[in-house]
Structures are given as structure tokens and as C-alpha cells.
Design a protein around this ligand. Sequence first.
Ligand code: SAH
Length: 231
Amino acid sequence: MKQFWSPNSINKNKAMVENLQSHGVITSDDVAKAMEAVDRGLFVPDPSYAYVDSPLSIGYNVTISAPHMHAMCLQLLDKNLKPGMRVLDVGSGTGYLTACFAVMVGSEGRAIGVEHIPELVASSVKNIEASAAASPLLKQGSLAIHVGDGRQGWAEFAPYDAIHVGAAAPEIPEALIDQLKPGGRLVIPVGNLFQDLQVVDKNSDGSVSIRSETSVRYVPLTSREAQLRGE
Ligand code: SAH
């Protein structure tokens, strides 16, 4: 007889989310639901490591971040990812986090990824197309991934309620602060060898408040040429 109960990727993805909840990394139901809906296994080159809490190489000298980092960034942006809101994901890589953002802001919202390696943009679109939760949003247009230099943000749909940067910048790019709504939040790793995950809140008068959440280690936000040279 065929066994319908054998462990499958959906169960493993759910177990990964439950583990992050039990460790207190995920506290929001909305974040848990989005990470449950978007199977990480569809976004990594080797699905056997998909649910391990570790970054994985995705080629082009970069990695998909570890699940706990994705969870932490979703948590930090939770209030700025409500249905109908707009979010920009700079350095969208595999498209995993952009897909989670898109599921959270829904079909009335907008989730834009910007990635400077065209091959990664193409494969991220394929990954998203395989996701039952995210692919309708891509078709319908509320989720899109563009090739570009994310240090310039993506002016077309600015201002954003939430901006996430998945690579470490030597300093916060001015364009990203400009493209943030009053009340909006930017989460960005800043530094070179030693990096801090910085949380930038734009106040209603346009000024910004900046704090450091924790020390992190990300690949650099840089030019395509420098990245491909491995600098
Ligand atoms: N958040 C993604 C990828 C993290 S790796 C994920 O978890 O899957 C960082 C990504 O930023 C890489 O895909 C890299 O190619 C991209 N990147 C680095 N500098 C960039 C820049 N200036 N503009 C756009 N993308 C950039």
C-alpha cells in the first residue's frame, strides 16, 4: 500500500518553522504562516539541506541566508508587512524572502525584489513559480523581481513601508532612506568584516532613528564585477 504519511518536504518545512517558534525567533503568527506557506525546499539548490539552520551556497560567490536570519528579519519588519503594504527586498537572491514578503502583504500589496545577477533573477522566478503560495502573486503582478543595482533601491514603486537588504553595505545607501515612507522601516546589515544588523525607522517628520539589533555576517552589497571577482 502507498504510504501517504511518509515525511515530506512540507512537514520538514513546518518543523523548521516550529523549531524557530520554540526558540523564540518567531513570535508573530503572520511570520509563522508566511514561512509555513513558502517551502524553503523550493528555493535551495540541494533540498536535502533546505531545512538546516545554516546559510547555503547559491553560486556567484553568495549564499541564501540561514532560516533564523530570514525569520529575524521578517519579525523586525512584521508591522510593516501587513496586507496592502509595499516592500522592497534588495539582493533578493533565491527569491525566498521576497516570496515570504509577498505572501504577507498579499495581492493588494506589492513586493519587489532587486538582484544584480541576472541568472539569479531568472532562477528566483522559477523558484517562485513552483511555490503554490507565491506563484499566483507573481502572475497577478503584486510580486516582481528586477535585475538592478539595489544600492539605488527601486524608485518605480517608492515609497516603501518596509525595505530589507540581504547583503552588507559599507554604509547605508541614501537612496534606500529616501525611498522609505514616514513610518517605514529599513533592515540592513552594515559594515565590512564586522557587521551590525541595523534597524532604521523613518519618523513622521522625515528624520530617522537608527539602532543595532545584533552582530551578523553577510556577503557584501557591492558591484556585480567585484562580487564575481570574489572581493
Ligand atoms: N536574501 C537572499 C540572498 C542573500 S545573498 C536569500 O536569502 O536568498 C545577497 C544577495 O545580494 C546576492 O544574491 C547578491 O548577488 C546580491 N547583491 C549584492 N550586491 C548587490 C547589489 N549592489 N544590487 C543587487 N543585488 C546585490
